[in-house]
Design a protein around this ligand. Sequence first.
Ligand SMILES: C[S@@+](CC[C@H](N)C(=O)[O-])C[C@H]1O[C@@H](n2cnc3c(N)ncnc32)[C@H](O)[C@@H]1O
Length: 367
Amino acid sequence: MNLIKITEGKTKLLIPEVEKLTRKNIVFFNPQMEFSRDISIAIAQISKPKDFCDALAGSGARGIRIANETECKTTVNDINPQAFELIKKNKKLNKVDIRATNLDANLLLSKEGFDFIDIDPFGAPVRFIDSALRSIGNGGILAVTATDTSALCGTYPRACKRKYDAAPLRTDYYNELGLRILIAYLTRSALRYDISIKPIFSHCTRHYLRVYLQIKKSRKDANKILGEINHIQHCFTCLNREFSKLDELKSTCTCGADLRSAGPLWTTGFADPGFCERLKKQLINDNFRTMHESVKLVELIEEEQRVEIPYYNIHKIFKKLGIPAIPMNEIMERLNESGFIATRTHFSALGIRTDASISDIYSILRD
Ligand SMILES: C[S@@+](CC[C@H](N)C(=O)[O-])C[C@H]1O[C@@H](n2cnc3c(N)ncnc32)[C@H](O)[C@@H]1O
């Protein structure tokens, strides 16, 4: 394996030289995930964990950076022996005091406790969630990546049913449904252990979904969040969408067309606005290469927490109306003038979040 030396954040990394990035690479390293790793570093700097575990570490990029750029005790693990060798080389290169391990992540997490666990697998994270929930301490953070967006976002509904026990739907806001299905899956897994969760930050970027959950071991709190997992009903004729409890699902939309359902999914905020503020400040302070992009993302995500109902694709709306689209700012102004909240969304440049109903949106834009 030929290695090249790069710098990410404040850390030097030896990474494999590859012609094409695939999961068959001897050791996996994706330079595009620098953005995701920068956000993790900032979150660890804010939350100050005592014991961080990079459970599926590849070259060790995230864990080595956590050890080098924060104060925290770090375990960096990968099942692949060649990844383990590279982790040790990166440890030496940065002179950091990490513990490198070469174990199955489920074995490591079943034996030991951590208060910040990172699960970054190929594809679905589901087979690591139970052991991560048993390992994580009260008040800790569980960070999870899912790259199987085709299952979560509705291209392969049977895969979503199998892995996440949920029905997706290929709507115009498919990526938001994918993220909400992922959070609901993680929450339902946690509830079985009387653990309550709070999504402090989540995002959908390029080919992956990423969620940071704050853990609280409390049966009382677990009971409180039960009501935040529901279903969504969508009308493909008029584009109406509504969250609904399982026992209140309807078959017909107010427009008379059939309603389709998806879920279970998480129906409230997927980030905490107060935490977003702190994250933004930390990212500005860190001044990583990805700073402008990451700060913009955090600002958008903070803003869009004002509206829970999924975003509308403005092209679809104008196509339904049969009139030419007007600029996004003008749409937002018109909605604001009519007394509604209107924000952009990080899920799509063509998306708009609003608390206006679909019939309000049509009448405001038709004028
Ligand atoms: C997507 S890569 C991780 C990338 C890494 N987190 C980064 O930021 O560069 C997934 C890694 O999981 C490892 N892996 C797969 N199954 C595992 C298991 N059961 N236990 C531990 N590691 C595992 C693979 O060897 C691979 O290195």
